[in-house]
Ligand binder design. Structure first.
Ligand SMILES: Nc1ncnc2c1ncn2[C@@H]1O[C@H](COP(=O)(O)OP(=O)(O)O)[C@@H](O)[C@H]1O
Ligand SMILES: [Mg+2]
Length: 226
């Protein structure tokens, strides 16, 4: 599904000071894998994840997603590819405070061309599947951290993407709630979703089938698929 070769990424410019944050990264992720990316703070995990999620560009190397050559795509083509193929989950949930859980989950469906009634039904079903049927009208501030993250996962899944990308998804949650969220990820994985998750906690990474380890912008261990 994902094939990255010789990828490098820098911030800044040659004139000022160039910070090379990803150095000659090569990485393959197969459809259906559940991969964790670990490494010290500042090692480039989020940068790599954002590139995989097509939210960020890079200076050198190649990135093939399914049969698409990502660097050659226009902004519009990238946006469409993302919309139907990739769901995003973040440490801080990134829900819209003014909107209900249901409206948050409906957001990624707005530009899919699906009729309103069908979009609402789908969003309701996503929330119901995550145990939030009685919370659809609640605002994020009226929900616990674990519930907010489940709303975010429902939003990530609403267009049925093949790939779920998660940056420290349990970073704001207590241990028990973190395990709940990881069990949810494992259920999605069993249903065939490909998951790429950044974490700095070994206990969380243990839920994945493969652990990739980074240090100073390089992959130092590709892990083995267990
Ligand atoms: N927008 C940016 N501008 C400049 N430097 C950045 C930017 N984003 C990240 N960095 C730097 O890139 C390096 C890698 O950051 P990041 O990918 O967030 O690491 P991690 O997620 O592993 O903690 C860090 O040194 C960070 O300071
Ligand atoms: Mg990070």
């Amino acid at each position: 599904m994902i094939s990255i070769k010789g990828l490098s990424k820098a911030y800044g410019s040659v004139d000022t000071s160039l910070l090379i944050v990803l150095k000659n990264i090569s990485l393959n992720i197969d459809e259906g894998e559940f991969v964790a990316i670990m490494g010290p703070s500042g090692s480039g995990k989020s940068t790599l994840l954002n590139i995989i999620g097509m939210l960020d560009n890079f200076e050198a190397g190649t990135y093939q997603f399914k049969d698409q050559n990502v660097p050659t795509l226009s902004q519009d083509a990238l946006a469409e590819l993302r919309l139907f193929n990739i769901g995003f989950v973040f440490q801080s949930f990134n829900l819209i405070a003014q909107l209900s859980a249901l409206s948050n989950v409906e957001l990624p469906t707005l530009y899919t061309g699906v009729k309103k009634a069908a979009r609402r039904k789908n969003a309701t079903e996503q929330l119901t599947a995550l145990g939030l049927a009685d919370r659809v009208d609640h605002k994020p501030s009226e929900l616990s951290g674990g519930q907010q993250q489940r709303v975010a996962i429902a939003r990530a899944m609403v267009n049925d993407p093949a790939l779920l990308i998660a940056d420290e998804p349990t970073g704001s949650l207590d241990t028990e709630t973190s395990v709940d969220i990881m069990q949810l990820f494992q259920r999605l994985h069993k249903r065939g979703k490909t998951i790429v998750m950044v974490t700095h906690e070994e206990e969380i990474a243990a839920f994945a089938d493969r652990v990739i380890r980074m240090r100073d912008g390089k992959i130092v261990d590709h892990g083995v698929n267990t």
